[in-house]
Write a protein that binds this ligand. Sequence first.
Ligand code: C2E
Ligand code: MG
Ligand code: MG
Ligand code: MG
Length: 281
Amino acid sequence: SIKDSHESCIAFYNGKLEEKFIREHRLSSIMRQSLKNHEFIVFYQPKVNIYTNQCVGVEALVRWRRQDGNMIYPSEFIPLFEKNHFIIDLDMYVLEQVCIQINTWIKQGKKPLPVSVNISRVDLKNNDIVKQIVEICDTYQINRSLIELEITESAFLENESIAIERSKELKAEGFLLSIDDFGTGFSSLSLLKDLPMDVLKLDHTFFQTQMNKREKIILTNIIRMAKQLDMTIVSEGIETRQHVAFLKTIGCEIAQGFYYARPNEINQLDLWGNFEGEDVS
Ligand code: C2E
Ligand code: MG
Ligand code: MG
Ligand code: MG
């Protein structure tokens, strides 16, 4: 009968829900345990001045190294962690590791490099986030102008007013702000108008295909305008000498990409050395 099938449907649905709950609960405890076990490690990727071949800053990029040695990349776990909000803990952990690294440089007598840290759209919705970020940096006595917070352009499309509000608060606390993956969303120009951003990171998709004349004119002028607004332009995903030559024609001096260096563990990188660059084959 209809009633029977309805009831079995509910039973089935509840069973599914319970299973899902258990699965998610198990995942949460795995993540918390992994954080305690230091399975999350911070890699760094240099940003290089294409005229001097010197590193001008680095981006912190997290990896998950499981105890069996398996390395898991952010694209596999960030969406999941954003869903269950574990990303907030993870991002604060990364920020803390970055603060420790900056103090290590200072202790070694090196001039500390600015470090960018990725801030998830989910972090921005958390009422406490500004306080948490400030507290971590204060605990390690880090000069806030060494910390650049990267917020992906699409975060502003989703919850525009909260994201803009939080960005202004973070800026007022003295952090540098960066729009990540610029050019992949649609609100690019209004963002430049409304946001107190210091850095604009051009998305790698700009450099993957040959640009036509119109596209190139638009990009060149966005860069010119952003510079007049006192922003620094950084290009992501630079892989070849042709890419570098193209950056020269559009007026972007800072590049991040496999051409100069892949993200790596800090002790595998000579950040104060010369970055010659080599085509990705
Ligand atoms: P993103 O912030 O745009 O970081 C740049 C990504 O491009 C990195 O991927 C980097 O390894 C990759 N990349 C750099 N140069 C090249 C190149 O020349 N060619 C190619 N094909 N790729 C290049 P990764 O490390 O896998 O991170 C992917 C994304 O995951 C990041 O994109 C960022 O959105 C997110 N992510 C990484 N670490 C964190 C983190 O600690 N917290 C948060 N919330 N998100 C993170
Ligand atoms: Mg980034
Ligand atoms: Mg990016
Ligand atoms: Mg990206």
